[in-house]
Design a protein around this ligand. Structure first.
Ligand SMILES: Cc1cc2nc3c(=O)[nH]c(=O)nc-3n(C[C@H](O)[C@H](O)[C@H](O)COP(=O)(O)OP(=O)(O)OC[C@H]3O[C@@H](n4cnc5c(N)ncnc54)[C@H](O)[C@@H]3O)c2cc1C
Length: 416
């Protein structure tokens, strides 16, 4: 499908595609076939190769070691890397690191960019975004945040309990969302504070057991449960303005949701490619499965919906490069999450037992994609925002205007 992305975007994506075909996908196939995990040394080797090919960290400004692409221009490259379980990792465009880099870039001080962003891009440090808390803390409704930071001289004293902190097992720093003004509404009394995992009082309780997660690399980021018990950090560790944590998180999530859409649409596309190849080759009941109308129609629907999702993501990316695009991103995220889930489920079904088996990547994709309807805002939370937007202009005058009809004309029509 031709999307008329910019020349720059297409040029980089073409090189990313070559890298995927020549380096990443062959290694992924081998790992799936042998069960041997891809080592950290190999991942570092991917990064070196990505740098040589000028593909490394497309989302990061050039001065910090990336390719300096905006959302529209990184989009086709992110779709390409999403085709593999390890594609995004191989060019350092994987969540949550990619979203955290974006956050440092947007709101970090020059000192913070030097101290954290530069080594983060190079993979010398890892970070994790710690918002969600066990019940009754922050989750779908982040206003319920309970973790706190209180100033004591020139230090924050942090107490709280987080979980589902992606990459939290190997993070060097947590970007912890904590209440910093308990008298204010959470929207104007929350901050993001950088907490070193080595600080006294930080306890990684466990990797929360979850669907999937048996990765093909030896990298152990996990989804951590973490406790902060009177953890002291300097006030300079505040990321962005104090008490503006919600606004910063919203900026982070806008981009993070869209880049998830880009990667997951690549995953869905590859699943369809695998399924179509299987259907073209496999025979049953006198023909190849490709000939069965019942399957052809479902593939046609999946192609159509995936195309619609990609168009929505492109539109949202264009808007996000100009302003905050909150509703466009909510629509694109909710729609793409559902389309990619349905597409991967269909692809799995088409491949029969091979879909469940792990010689092919589809079963891994299936385990991975389900969370997309929950992370970064569950479907229902996005529908809530979209519905609020849909109804916000409906005032009395609007109602009267929309529902008005000319009663005389109706009576005349009835008389006739
Ligand atoms: C794989 C994975 C990775 C994650 N990574 C991170 C991370 O790095 N950092 C982080 O901070 N968090 C992370 N999370 C947490 C994730 O953001 C939350 O799970 C999500 O925001 C939902 O919050 P919750 O789990 O508390 O669900 P709850 O808030 O308890 O909601 C439960 C369900 O209720 C429904 N619901 C909620 N609100 C409404 C409503 N208004 N109307 C109707 N239905 C509603 C939804 O279906 C929702 O799924 C991750 C989660 C997963 C599964």
């Amino acid at each position: 499908m031709e999307y008329h992305d910019s020349e720059k975007a297409k040029e980089v994506a073409g090189r990313v595609e070559d890298f995927m075909e020549e380096v990443v996908l062959p290694r992924e196939r081998e790992a799936l076939a042998t069960g041997e995990q891809i080592t950290m040394d190999e991942i570092h080797d991917f990064w070196d190769q990505a740098k040589e090919r000028n593909l490394f960290a497309p989302q990061v400004p050039e001065e910090y070691g990336g390719q300096g692409l905006d959302f529209q221009d990184m989009l086709p490259s992110f779709e390409q890397v999403g085709r593999s379980l390890i594609g995004a990792l191989a060019i350092r465009a994987n969540a949550p690191q990619e979203g955290n880099m974006h956050t440092f870039e947007m709101v970090g001080t020059e000192e913070q960019k030097e101290e954290y962003l530069r080594p983060l891009v190079q993979g010398e440090i890892q970070t994790a975004f710690a918002m969600t808390e066990p019940k009754q803390g922050g989750g779908s409704d982040p206003k319920m945040l309970q973790s706190t930071a209180v100033k004591d001289g020139d230090e924050w004293v942090i107490n709280g309990h987080k979980w589902w902190t992606s990459d939290g097992l190997n993070a060097d720093y947590y970007l912890a969302m904590v209440r910093t003004d308990l008298d204010a509404h959470p929207y104007s009394g929350t901050s993001i504070i950088l907490v070193p995992s080595e600080a006294d009082g930080v306890e990684v309780v466990r990797n929360v057991p979850h669907l999937g997660g048996h990765g093909i690399t030896e990298r152990k980021g996990g989804h951590a449960e973490v406790k902060f018990d009177n953890v002291r950090v300097p006030v300079e560790n505040t990321l962005g303005e104090e008490n503006e944590g919600f606004q910063i998180a919203q900026m982070r999530l806008g981009g993070g949701r869209l880049t998830h859409c880009m990667r997951y649409s690549g995953m869905a596309e590859r699943s369809l490619d695998v399924a179509k190849a299987y259907l073209a080759e496999r025979e049953a009941f006198g023909t190849t499965l490709e000939e069965k109308q019942a399957l052809r129609h479902r593939i046609a629907d999946a192609e159509t919906r995936l195309h619609a999702a990609r168009c929505m993501v492109r539109h949202a990316a264009r808007e996000l490069d100009r302003n905050d695009a909150r509703i466009e991103v909510a629509m694109a995220k909710m729609f793409t999450a559902n389309v990619t889930n349905e597409t991967i489920d269909l692809a799995l079904q088409c491949c029969g037992g091979n879909g469940i088996g792990k010689d092919l990547p589809i079963a891994h994709f299936y385990e991975n994609v389900r969370a997309f309807r929950i992370v970064d805002g569950a479907d229902e939370v996005h529908r809530r925002s979209i519905a609020r937007w849909a109804f916000e202009d409906i005032d009395e005058a609007e109602v009267e205007n929309a529902l008005q009809f000319d009663e005389d004309l109706r009576i005349d029509a009835l008389d006739e």
